[in-house]
Write a protein that binds this ligand. Structure first.
Ligand code: NAD
Length: 260
C-alpha cells in the first residue's frame, strides 16, 4: 500500500507512533522517524526551536518532498507538567502537519493524519482550549497548571481535532488535494497507558467511566493500520474526519444518532 512513498512519523520511538513506523516500513515505504530519542530526527517538539530543527532535518532527509505526515508524538495527561502537554500535543502536532505542508504539497498524492483521543469528548479545560484555537501557545501554557494534566490533555486533543476539521476543507489542504484526518484512540496498550493496567482500582474506574465494549485495551497496531490507510494513496476522498479507534466507547457514550 505504501511502497515507494516517503513518510514522516513523529513519536516513532514508542507505542502508536512506533507501530505506525514499523507498519509503513513493512509496506515498503521510506519512513523518517522523529522523536526526542531513538529516531533518525531527534527533536523536542515542545519547543519552537525543536520544531524548526525538525522541519529542517525532515526536509533534508526527504529531499524536499513528503508523501505523508503522521503526527503521533504526545504526552499523557498524567505525565510531566501540564504546560508541556499542550506544547507537544497541540502546538507540536500542528508544527508536524501545517509546518510540513509545503513538503507535502510537492507530492502527487499527499496525505496527513494525527492522533487525538477519546479524552476530547470530555471537552477539557475551556481556557486552554480557547488559547489553542487562538494559536496563542504562551496563553495555553500559562493556563495549563490551573487546568491540571487531564484537563489540559482533553483541551489539547479537542483543539487538535477541531483544527483538523476546520483546516481540512480549506484551500491549503483540500484545495491542494491533501486529505487531512485524525484518529481518536481509546485505551491502547502502550507505555502511556501502562499505569491503568497496573492498578486494579484505576482499571475499574476506567471501565466504569470510559467503557470500551470491544475490550479494555486496543493494540498499537489497531491504530497504526488506520493511520497507514489514511496516509496511503488509497485514501483519495476521506478528509476532515475524526475516526474513533476505541472499541466502541464513543458510540456507547454519545449514542446512535449524533446528526441532529
Ligand atoms: P508513548 O508514550 O508510547 O509514545 C509517545 C511518543 O511521543 C514517545 O516516543 C515520546 O518520546 C514522544 N514524545 C513525547 N514528547 C515529545 C517531544 N517533546 N518531542 C518529540 N517526541 C516526543 O504513547 P502512545 O500511547 O503511543 O501515544 C501516541 C499518541 O497517541 C499520543 O498523541 C497520545 O496522546 C495518543 N493517545 C494514546 C492513547 C493510549 O491509550 N495509549 C489513547 C489516546 C490517544
Amino acid at each position: 500500500m505504501s511502497g515507494g512513498r516517503t513518510y514522516v512519523v513523529t513519536g516513532c520511538a514508542s507505542g502508536i507512533g512506533g507501530a505506525a513506523f514499523e507498519l509503513l516500513e513493512e509496506e515498503g515505504a521510506r519512513v523518517i522517524g522523529v522523536d526526542r530519542r531513538d529516531a533518525e530526527v531527534v527533536a523536542d517538539l515542545s519547543t519552537a526551536e525543536g520544531r524548526r530543527q525538525m522541519q529542517v532535518e525532515v526536509e533534508r532527509a526527504c529531499g524536499g518532498t513528503l508523501d505523508g505526515a503522521v503526527a503521533c508524538a504526545g504526552v499523557g495527561g498524567g505525565e510531566g507538567d501540564p504546560a508541556t502537554i499542550v506544547r507537544v500535543n497541540y502546538f507540536g502536532a500542528l508544527a508536524s502537519l501545517a509546518g510540513l505542508r509545503p513538503l507535502l504539497a510537492r507530492s502527487p498524492a499527499p496525505r496527513a493524519a494525527t492522533v487525538a483521543s477519546i479524552a476530547l469528548l470530555s471537552g477539557g479545560d475551556p481556557t486552554v482550549f480557547e488559547a489553542c484555537v487562538a494559536g496563542d501557545e504562551e496563553a495555553a501554557a500559562a493556563a495549563a497548571p490551573a487546568a491540571g494534566g487531564p484537563g489540559t490533555y482533553g483541551a489539547a486533543k479537542r483543539a487538535l481535532a477541531r483544527w483538523v476539521r476546520h483546516s481540512a476543507p480549506t484551500a491549503e489542504w483540500a484545495g491542494a488535494h491533501i486529505p487531512l484526518n485524525a484518529v481518536a484512540p481509546g485505551r491502547i496498550e502502550t507505555p502511556m497507558s501502562r499505569y491503568i493496567a497496573q492498578s486494579k482500582e484505576i482499571l475499574e474506574a476506567n471501565r466504569r467511566d470510559y467503557p470500551q465494549p470491544l475490550g479494555d485495551f486496543g493494540k498499537p497496531r489497531d491504530v497504526a493500520s488506520l493511520l497507514a490507510w489514511l496516509v496511503s494513496a488509497a485514501n483519495g476522498f476521506t478528509t476532515g474526519q475524526v475516526i474513533f479507534v476505541d472499541g466502541g466507547h464513543e458510540t456507547f457514550a454519545r449514542g446512535a444518532d449524533i446528526w441532529q
